[in-house]
Design a protein around this ligand. Structure first.
Ligand SMILES: [Zn+2]
Ligand SMILES: [Zn+2]
Length: 232
């Protein structure tokens, strides 16, 4: 996300390996949680190798442990030769709770139903609101809670790992469906929705067919593709 002078990344999966040209902008990385698919791109994030480059990384504490200690457990020998803080950049870790601010962006958090926990982020930049709800399962009262949290958002990025049919045998795995996302978005009067965190077993053909079907009934919703650029 580009907002004013800030470059804000949502998680550090493989997408973070090839960032757009960021100039000298301050870099911030918000982590929803610490599952590998959300971290595995971090050691290959090019700005980490730029001497003195300021990078700020934010996460809620997990298992009663601060984010720095957690990252130094994962990115350390023998799994990886360096800790992230040993790279030439100037990396700072931040444990977050409640709401906080990055430049002119106001950020609020909500907890998701996901094994080990996950954070839903709401980013508000000059009244434009983005809600990032990945690794979110619609268990308990979470759909209602998210509909309130995302009320009138300009953009919702929503976990749609499963079709409704595939969801049933994967209940409790911590993911959701496009159908549930549609219900939440309509309740919340969200302007635009992109479905994310596709099932790695689904082929491009299957995702394109889902996208086509979706757009007929919901022209403001789509399955996200790599490289999609959204201006709010
Ligand atoms: Zn996860
Ligand atoms: Zn995930």
């Amino acid at each position: 996300m580009e907002a004013g002078n800030e470059a804000i990344f949502l998680d550090g999966g493989t997408g973070i390996v090839s960032p757009p040209n960021l100039g000298n902008r301050p870099i911030h990385i918000l982590l929803t949680h610490l599952h590998l698919d959300h971290l595995i791109g971090l050691p290959f994030f090019p700005p980490l190798s730029q001497k003195g480059r300021q990078i700020d990384l934010y996460s809620e504490r997990r298992m009663d442990t601060d984010i720095r200690a957690m990252m130094n457990r994962l990115f350390a020998p023998p799994f990886w030769p360096l800790r992230l803080e040993d790279y030439p950049s100037d990396l700072h870790y931040h444990d977050i709770e409640g709401s906080f601010r990055i430049g002119d962006v106001d950020i609020q958090i909500m907890s998701a139903a996901h094994p080990g926990g996950s954070t839903v982020f709401k980013l508000n930049y000059k009244g434009k609101i983005l809600v990032f709800a990945t690794d979110f399962e619609h268990l308990d009262n979470k759909s209602g809670e998210l509909a309130e949290f995302a009320a009138n958002a300009d953009l919702l990025l929503y976990d749609a790992q499963y079709t409704e049919e595939d969801y049933e045998p994967h209940k409790g795995f911590g993911h959701s469906t496009a159908e549930e996302g549609i219900r939440i978005a309509e309740k919340a009067c969200v302007k635009q929705v992109y479905f994310i965190h596709h099932n790695p077993d689904y082929t491009d053909e299957k995702l394109l067919a889902m996208d086509e079907k979706l757009r007929v009934l919901h022209p403001n919703m789509a399955i996200i593709k790599q490289g999609t650029r959204i201006i709010l």
